[in-house]
Design a protein around this ligand. Sequence first.
Ligand SMILES: Nc1ncnc2c1ncn2[C@@H]1O[C@H](COP(=O)(O)OP(=O)(O)OP(=O)(O)O)[C@@H](O)[C@H]1O
Ligand SMILES: [Mg+2]
Length: 365
Amino acid sequence: MQTGGRVIGEGRYGCAVIPPFLCKDEQGKDRYAADRKDKVGKLALKSQASNEILISNVLRKVPIHKQYFILNDPVACVPLINDASIDDWDSCMASKQKDDTEFKKENIVQITSPFGGKAMNSLQNIDLRPAYFNYFKFFNQLIEAGAIMTLNQICHYDLHKPNILIDKQGVARIIDFGMSFTTQNITNQTLSQRWKYYDPIYDNEPPEVTVMTGLGKNIPLKDCIEQTVKIKPVYKNIQMILLVPNQDSKDELHTFFKKSISASQRNWPKTWSHFWPGFDSWAIGAILLNLLKIQLTFPEFTNSELWIKKGNLIYKILKQMLVSNPFYRIDCVESLLLWNPESVVLKDSASWLYEKQKQKNLIST
Ligand SMILES: Nc1ncnc2c1ncn2[C@@H]1O[C@H](COP(=O)(O)OP(=O)(O)OP(=O)(O)O)[C@@H](O)[C@H]1O
Ligand SMILES: [Mg+2]
């Protein structure tokens, strides 16, 4: 019998298949024989799978979660791999085994989630024309999703196009909580589990985290900042579209690492504890700005009534989400307040917004 389907996506830590592999539960009974329809299976390391399930369980408590997230089912199981699916298994695991010895069959489990549509990275520019893609709806959706996570003390930490799905109705939802963390008790362990390589190329990693990683590899602060602003693709758009000179971004990062008490002491758990809400807003800001660059090439977008009405507000919000100094960067709750103060997501946000304002009134943290 065919135990699993075709590989639809491969990431750094996992591999997604449709339908999910047949699975054995703890009692050795077959699972997912009957309920595999419309499900995606993901093979992942046990530690990553349990983290995804933990975060999914927190978000499941939010009544409107289905509008914004594709969450993992609450049980992981051991996939049955037989000859019929060995090609999938090999294509899935080969690249990972090379650089990560943890990727052995015995360390792998399967988690499942409902099928959520196509990942954003698979869309071509043509799919992003206003006739097929509503940038304003997408903007609202991502900021609301970010605000929900922030208000529930969750940092996704891996927001990039492969982790955003669009369904047939054009609704965008966030997936992949493998790197996510709850923010109440950030320790050295929180950092060490998700923070290894120095590579400034990723827009989804906020610049201060890239610089922290570089410092951890004994690269001088000036070089880390120089490389971060030069290499992160979004900085080109911050300069060209938001008109913030790269030199200003570098100066802001220098100011942060000098003036923030926790960052100047190189106390990273404390720095993360203060500034985590800006991590996801940076990543969301980068996705939205990079997409805006494409929209600005379509006359039907730039001539639209909505752009004429909302364009300046969008520039203003993106500029504040993409401030390099995390102290001045707004989080998704603050962005949503600027964008759509009537949003239901802001219903219970008063104390969050009050605390943020209080922090900003302090000279530095
Ligand atoms: N529920 C789903 N519905 C549709 N496609 C999905 C679903 N889950 C995963 N995918 C596809 O599989 C890809 C990899 O899944 P996912 O992002 O969860 O794994 P990952 O290996 O942890 O990736 P990352 O490198 O971001 O950590 C996604 O980018 C997407 O294309
Ligand atoms: Mg992913």
